[in-house]
Design a protein around this ligand. Structure first.
Ligand code: DX5
Ligand code: ZN
Length: 224
């Protein structure tokens, strides 16, 4: 369990792209901590979004931490492009490449923090050999591809297993992020299970009051 509230990272996937700069400022003013940018290629996932150009635009519009989530078949090429475009952290999917170590090392070399994302069916134990190269683990709580999907209820258990696994394997802090279907209904469970960062698209950008929506995800737990 964690004593402090989790960080909240609104996913711009659900923002109004005609006013992206304003939307970024609005969620910042509402208490959000990071910006989460979902890059999809229509191959690794059945949806297509945006690439480094929009990462660069977000960089110009905000000085906040840019958390880029690649759901693409070529994380090496475009991960490096996103690093150049101003990302602070680049996550890619364990399932998207045979060369997980190579991509992590290349991203480190490019000066960005690294994240490894796990699909719902991927066990946390696959992380073992590459933990030294990872700053954040992203647990998908839906199948990646679309905003507004239903939260997979086994996720808090998976987060608990990950927390235990990380505690047993590393001397340094590796953040746990959860992404997909996160809402006020599951935020407390996730925080208590060990989540450090909660991503939310539709629950924040679809809410009439961004401040209330962000606050609803920042539940404090009583843990140590
Ligand atoms: C899903 C994306 C998520 C998504 C979250 O593939 O990675 O970041 O935008 O949206 P909600 O919070 O609406 O599930
Ligand atoms: Zn995401």
């Amino acid at each position: 369990m964690r004593a402090s509230a989790p960080l909240v990272a609104p996913s711009i996937l659900s923002a109004d792209f005609t006013r992206l700069g304003e939307e970024l400022r609005a969620v910042e003013a509402a208490g959000a901590d990071w910006h989460h940018l979902d890059v999809m290629d229509g191959h690794f996932v059945p949806n297509l979004t945006f690439g480094p150009l929009v990462v660069a635009a977000a960089r110009r519009a905000s000085s906040r931490f840019l958390d880029v989530h690649l759901m693409i078949a070529d994380p090496l090429t475009y991960g490096l492009e996103c690093a150049k475009a101003g990302a602070d952290l680049v996550s890619f999917h364990y399932e998207s490449t045979a060369h997980v170590h190579r991509v992590l090392a290349a991203l480190r070399g490019a000066g960005v923090q690294t994240g490894l994302a796990l699909n719902p069916a991927t066990p946390v134990e696959v992380l073992g050999p590459v933990l030294n190269y990872v700053d954040l683990v992203l647990i998908m709580s839906v199948n990646p591809g679309f905003a507004g999907q239903k939260f997979i209820p086994e996720t808090p258990d998976k987060v608990r297993r990950l927390k235990k696994f990380l505690d047993g394997h590393t001397g340094r802090a590796i953040l746990i992020e959860v992404d997909g279907g996160v809402s006020a209904d599951n935020a407390r469970d996730l925080a208590e299970a060990g989540a450090d960062v909660l991503v939310s698209g539709s629950q924040i950008f679809g809410a009439p009051d961004y401040r209330e929506a962000v606050a609803a995800l920042k539940t404090r737990t009583s843990g140590p």
